[in-house]
Design a binder for this molecule. Structure first.
Ligand SMILES: Cc1cc2nc3c(=O)[nH]c(=O)nc-3n(C[C@H](O)[C@H](O)[C@H](O)COP(=O)(O)OP(=O)(O)OC[C@H]3O[C@@H](n4cnc5c(N)ncnc54)[C@H](O)[C@@H]3O)c2cc1C
Length: 436
């Protein structure tokens, strides 16, 4: 969200674009549905698309309208506007508390089942996954409507670069390619780390922004947990594994409207990919960001849910693993051909990542790309974020996607901000946001 990035000083100088469409769906009968960012337009589109589902659609739209009032101000919002927005948010929580609880406790799968139209049923259960709490879809559309959810030109890399340069300018040191294998504790106090090459590094505080499971159960050998932490790692569902195909094509897609999360079209026949049957293909055309491909060409991504265990087992045989990725690349190009005839001769590059890839590069547990899903069971932890320390261990802190369900870039950045605020409090220092 733009305000978040602005608050941590990363938005300035960066172009954010706000898109009119969240996504587009096309079914087998050639019906076309657009989920618009503007709530009034979205309501009209859904009602036109399936008048028989009017009661459920109206309920959904009223949920979005309820969330529109929760437009969190950033520290850069002018004081009077900020006071007004905060007052509206607090009164909104008081007035709508019960309704929000109800939405929070409803899964996307349960809500989807109430539609009679098959495409709406499919869309609502697939958009973020069946187990996801629907409240957070309402908030997504509210942010889109408020133009507080944009796309930063250049994607996430300029964000990482901005974080890096800000940290270096504050005299920080970064050591890349230096994995930590253990956290050193003395008398239940974290005092440093042991690197993978055996080197010991002592420090005044240890903060882990790495994978939560590795940090708690490997680097600290599971010595500092309680029932709540055990329950999180035992029962909370992770975001599903992902097959991520990055495809570069020598063509443009002027006829396809730009959208936040792309388009989804029905396949002629269901196909099997890595043990899962799929009947539609979600694709994202980066025709809104010219920095993603040379002029006249376009970057496309295809993201498919997959099982971690399938890829973990397969990756034990490197040759078989690479052959499977290659075969999936070819299969995806053939499937794209159904919607964009001629595209197979325009493909210039293709790169496939799997949960094994994400695990290798980020160390994230089971190769998940975003940590835990927000479900009706754990959604309370989003409203009241988890403590960023571990029971019985002093001098140790955590931030990143493993301190609250939902993960994602905003959680990562805002949890770090929250942590530094509490560390300042410990040190009796005033926390102050400064801008580069
Ligand atoms: C394909 C894809 C699409 C996504 N799309 C979105 C999106 O649209 N919106 C969104 O908000 N989020 C999205 N995400 C999720 C988002 O990228 C993550 O939730 C976010 O990056 C998590 O940030 P983090 O800092 O907690 O963890 P990470 O980004 O995983 O960073 C952890 C860091 O710790 C390092 N590390 C791990 N182990 C060790 C160790 N032992 N020693 C030292 N360092 C270690 C890793 O190398 C890594 O640099 C997407 C992710 C993927 C893969």
């Amino acid at each position: 969200m733009h305000d978040y990035w602005e608050e941590v000083g990363l938005a300035r100088g960066r172009e954010f674009i706000y898109m009119d469409e969240f996504c587009q769906y096309e079914d087998k009968d050639g019906r076309h549905l657009v989920l618009y960012s503007d709530v009034d337009r979205l309501e009209r589109e859904l009602l036109d698309f399936s008048p028989a589902d009017a009661p459920v659609i109206r309920e959904f739209i009223s949920g979005i309208r309820m969330c529109i009032g929760f437009d969190q101000p950033s520290v850069r919002t002018p004081l009077l506007t900020r006071i007004g927005k905060n007052a509206r948010m607090i009164s909104g929580f008081v007035i709508n508390g019960k309704k929000m609880q109800k939405w929070m406790k409803t899964s996307c799968g349960d809500f989807a089942a109430r539609f009679s139209d098959p495409l709406l049923r499919q869309l609502f259960s697939e958009m973020w996954g069946e187990k996801f709490s629907i409240l957070f879809i309402l908030f997504t559309f509210a942010y889109l409507h408020n133009k507080n959810a944009g796309y930063p030109i250049g994607g996430s890399m300029p964000m990482s670069k901005a974080l890096e340069s800000r940290y270096l300018s504050l005299a920080g040191t970064i050591r890349y390619k230096t994995p930590v294998s253990r956290i050193i504790t003395e008398g239940d106090k974290a005092v440093g780390v042991i690197l993978a090459d055996g080197t010991e590094r002592r420090c005044s505080r240890v903060i882990s922004a790495a994978d939560g499971y590795t940090t708690i159960f490997k680097m600290l050998e599971g010595k500092y947990i309680d029932d709540r932490i055990r329950n999180m790692y035992d029962t909370w569902p992770l975001f599903p594994g992902l097959i991520y195909a990055g495809i570069g094509v020598n063509r443009t897609f002027g006829e396809i409207h730009r959208s936040v999360s792309g388009m989804n079209f029905a396949l002629r026949e269901p196909v099997e990919i890595a043990g899962k049957t799929i009947s539609n293909l979600p694709i994202h055309l980066f025709n809104h960001d010219s920095s993603m491909a040379p002029e006249g060409k376009t970057a496309i991504t295809v993201l498919l849910n997959t099982e971690y265990e399938y890829w973990k087992n397969l990756s034990a045989d490197r040759k078989a693993y690479l052959a499977k990725k290659d075969a999936i690349g070819k299969q995806l190009i053939m499937l794209l051909e159904e919607r964009f005839p001629g595209i197979s001769s325009q493909v210039e590059m293709i790169d496939i990542a799997t949960p094994a890839t994400f695990e290798r590069y980020t160390g994230n547990w089971k190769g998940t790309f975003e940590g835990w899903q927000i479900t009706p069971e754990n959604s309370g932890s989003v409203m009241k974020p988890l403590v960023q320390t571990l029971p019985g261990l002093s001098n140790f802190y955590m931030c990143g996607q493993w301190v609250e369900p939902g993960g994602g870039l905003p959680t990562g950045v805002m949890s770090a901000r929250r942590l530094f605020k509490s560390i300042c409090k410990e040190d009796r220092k005033k926390f102050k946001t400064t801008y580069a």
